[in-house]
Design a binder for this molecule. Structure first.
Ligand SMILES: [Zn+2]
Length: 237
């Protein structure tokens, strides 16, 4: 537990990072996981991945699994980059998206997940969850008209959804739940990774969470996204 708790220090908000969409997954737990259905080759007791080809194959497998849940394929190209030195602070991994010109004014055309040297120091469950989290950001970027719009989207949507997806596909012990369960004064719209609790509530309430993730991102802001997720009795006016 203490080892995993240390990961809470690795939280990055999108606003802290220059190109945005750069982040690292925290380890979280969501009920109803479907780990047994995973098709990716990295198993719980498997050794860590080492080569770029292995990471690329794992990311592609993650992407296929995500596509199956969302009901659509990934549009942008997906590439895993192995950093030879630690970049973007102490994040084990982060993801950059860009338009066809390498900028931010157009729709997302490419998605690069960077693996930092510290990534391989994590256990295999964390590595699996984190890679899924990063790949899901590529899908999230598709839901915005421009890269810039994606980069400025609320973190409770971008990081909260990615964390719920990672934790749902790779259920494991997750200390960031503590931030959700004890941060009682934190608004949902001010949350980041710890918004996972909201998506867990959706799931436990019988909502088709997977089917609402894209719609929430496309809704146009926090209140509109909330109204997509909530049943009619508790919607915001
Ligand atoms: Zn993230």
């Amino acid at each position: 537990v203490s080892q995993r708790s240390a990961r809470a220090t690795r939280i990055h908000s999108l606003a802290q990072l220059p190109v945005a969409a750069a982040c690292v997954a925290l380890v979280l737990s969501a009920s109803g996981g479907t780990a047994s259905a995973r098709t990716a080759f990295l198993g719980t007791s498997d050794p860590v991945l080492t080569t770029q080809a292995q990471y690329q194959a794992e990311a592609q497998a993650d992407s296929s699994e995500i596509a199956g849940h969302l009901g659509h394929k990934l549009g942008p190209t997906l590439k895993v980059v192995m950093n030879t030195k630690q970049l973007e602070g102490d994040s084990p991994a982060y993801t950059f998206v860009s338009d066809s010109s390498g900028g931010t004014t157009g729709p997302t055309a490419s998605c690069e997940t960077h693996i930092n040297p510290t990534f391989t120091k994590e256990d295999s469950d964390y590595q699996k969850l984190a890679l899924i989290h990063e790949v899901f950001h590529c899908y999230e970027a598709m839901d915005y008209p421009t890269v810039a719009a994606f980069q400025s989207a609320p973190a409770w949507l971008i990081e909260g959804e990615a964390e719920w997806v990672g934790a749902t596909l790779v259920p494991t012990e997750l200390p960031v739940w503590n931030a959700y369960l004890t941060g009682l004064n934190t608004s949902l719209f001010a949350r980041t990774y710890d918004a996972i609790g909201f998506y867990a509530h959706m799931t436990n309430s019988g909502e088709n969470t997977w089917g609402l993730l894209d719609k929430m991102l496309k809704a146009g802001g926090s209140a509109a996204a909330y109204n997509v997720a909530a049943n009619k009795e508790v919607r915001l006016t």
